[in-house]
Ligand binder design. Structure first.
Ligand SMILES: Cc1cc2nc3c(=O)[nH]c(=O)nc-3n(C[C@H](O)[C@H](O)[C@H](O)COP(=O)(O)OP(=O)(O)OC[C@H]3O[C@@H](n4cnc5c(N)ncnc54)[C@H](O)[C@@H]3O)c2cc1C
Length: 493
């Protein structure tokens, strides 16, 4: 008979992975699924990477509460899971009287939402804090609790910790349909069927499918004629990622005033020391098309020049885009399906979803409990994760490590100083990477100025050697992104 999981999570973005980790505290069988070949392939890998302070959401909204709680929880989780996170603070710039009114409204929101330390500052203090800011900025909201993070490393760390604590995972499982039947206790048993006709069974389903969460939520109505209560409006945001030469321009996240469509174009250091500029916000029909366009990038560059005209775009190393799962609800949708208490939607998790993830996970766990599934704590829960980062060690520590494990003495990614030892650790980590980008997301090889131009072929070799696969099977990123094609008579040896 097929195993029946207590909980199956659809979607391994930051929401699904935070939920998996939270549920792995309890004596439950949990399966984390995703349609892609790795964790964090949706919005969770392509965003501004800011842990927002929580002054944007309207007081009283779910977003306000979960953002502020999530922001507070993120520091502790990152410390335990060894994820780079810097609480550098943020400024929302005002360029005129109208902007100043917005800044005052954000300040009032911040106070009402319980954001620590928010204050309004004038031109002089602003220039003292950030000398490269444009002369045109007349004041700002200062919010010290905002931070910057590596979003995909965070997401993978949450998933790895869940797996270390007994959760299982199944990638390349695209939920296409869901049926229900009555179990022995009268409660439903769900069968999820994938696009490739595989099945898994669950007593409880959590929908964390990001921009596809409306489709999954509709499957959770089981054909009954009831209103879902929200509709997704995907919105694309594009970015410039600049070399580390630009990374010291500002010490804080520099926002402009938000508008109806989003938090506006920001200029910010990244946690790796680069500079990020973007995003725009444009509603799109295709929720999966993450191409970038020259028009959007030109718009971003022009808008960012209001904040500063000192960015050298010659030092751009990558452009990318992410799709926000905005909805017509205007708030997160975290609630059971109207027809099944054990089909829990965590849908429409737009910004500040990254910031709110740990608090969303706690809320979803409460809904699981309310649905009648027992949450008995495991004594064996391990809440920490060890990671070796060669570049962060001092010379003595490096020498000791290399003496014990010579593979840490071979630098493979010269831009980011990533050793063979770190790449091998990534390949043998709890969730096996199958692509160059999956290795990059775990240890940073290929993240730097050359974007894997030099280390990419070496990482491919390691994947082939360590996993015993053919070079033909190594991908750059998502399924279909093959890198090499050997002739039929050719082998790698
Ligand atoms: C441009 C942009 C900027 C942002 N900036 C910030 C920011 O600075 N700070 C912040 O807090 N938030 C930010 N956000 C929001 C944040 O990125 C999201 O809220 C968060 O990543 C959502 O996570 P998720 O897990 O819900 O969705 P995703 O990360 O999209 O994960 C959903 C997963 O579901 C999978 N999936 C979909 N359909 C199926 C299916 N049928 N079967 C199986 N799997 C499926 C997908 O493959 C995907 O992996 C930003 C978002 C964007 C797009």
């Amino acid at each position: 008979m097929d195993k029946i999981y207590d909980v199956v999570i659809i979607g391994a973005g930051v929401t699904g992975c935070a939920i998996a980790r939270e549920l792995s505290r309890y004596k439950l069988s949990v399966l984390l699924t995703d349609k892609e070949n790795d964790i964090s392939c949706g919005a969770s890998r392509a965003n501004s990477a800011i842990i927002h302070a929580g002054y944007d959401p309207e007081p009283g909204s779910l977003m306000a509460q979960l953002n502020v709680d999530g922001n507070r929880m993120t520091g502790d989780i990152c410390e335990k899971l060894n994820v780079p996170f810097k609480r550098i603070g943020a400024l929302v710039l005002a360029f005129n009287d109208e902007d100043m009114e917005t800044v005052e409204k954000l300040y009032r929101n911040g106070v009402a939402n319980g954001v620590p330390g928010v204050e309004i500052i004038g031109r002089e203090k602003l220039r003292e804090l950030e000398p490269n800011v444009s002369e045109n900025a007349v004041g700002a909201l200062l919010s010290p609790s905002a931070g910057i993070i590596n979003p995909w490393e965070y997401t993978i760390a949450l998933a790895e910790n869940a797996v270390e604590n007994g959760a299982e995972y199944k990638l390349r499982f695209e939920t296409a349909s869901i049926t229900r039947e009555s179990g022995v206790d009268g409660a439903s048993i769900f069968t999820l069927t994938s696009a490739k006709d595989e099945t898994v069974k669950a007593r409880c389903i959590i929908n964390a499918a990001g921009v596809h969460s409306e489709e999954i939520a509709r499957l959770g109505l089981f054909g009954e004629d009831v209103e879902l209560g929200f509709r997704t409006i995907p919105s694309k945001g594009q970015y410039f990622l600049l070399d580390k030469t630009q990374g010291t321009l500002f010490s804080r996240v520099m926002f402009q005033c938000p508008s109806k469509v989003g938090k506006g174009v920001l200029v910010s250091p990244t946690v790796h020391g680069n500079l990020i500029v973007g995003p725009d916000a444009v509603d799109v029909d295709d929720p999966d098309n993450t191409c970038t366009t020259s028009d959007a990038l030109a718009f971003i560059r022009k808008t960012a020049s209001l904040t500063t005209d000192t960015v050298s775009y010659r030092d751009n190393i990558r452009n990318f885009s992410g799709i926000r799962p905005n909805t017509d609800r205007g708030d997160f949708v975290i609630e059971p399906s109207p027809v099944e208490a054990r089909f829990i939607n965590s849908a429409g998790i737009k910004s500040p979803g990254l910031s709110s993830a740990p608090a969303i996970a706690v809320k979803v766990a409460e809904l699981v409990k309310e649905s009648g599934i027992e949450l008995a704590e495991k004594e064996s829960f391990v809440e920490t994760r060890e990671v070796v980062r060669f570049r962060e060690l001092d010379n003595e520590e490096r020498a000791k490590l290399v003496a014990e494990h010579p593979e840490f003495g071979r630098i493979i990614c010269r831009c980011e100083t990533i050793t063979e030892g770190e790449i091998l650790a990534a390949i043998h980590s709890p969730i096996t990477p199958l692509s160059l980008d999956a290795v990059k997301r775990r240890c940073g090889a290929g993240l730097g100025r050359c974007q894997g131009g030099f280390c990419g072929p070496r990482v491919l070799e390691f994947l082939v050697r360590e996993l015993g696969i053919s070079p033909n099977d190594v991908l750059k990123d998502l399924d279909g992104s093959w890198i090499v094609k050997l002739r039929d008579d050719e082998t790698t040896n």
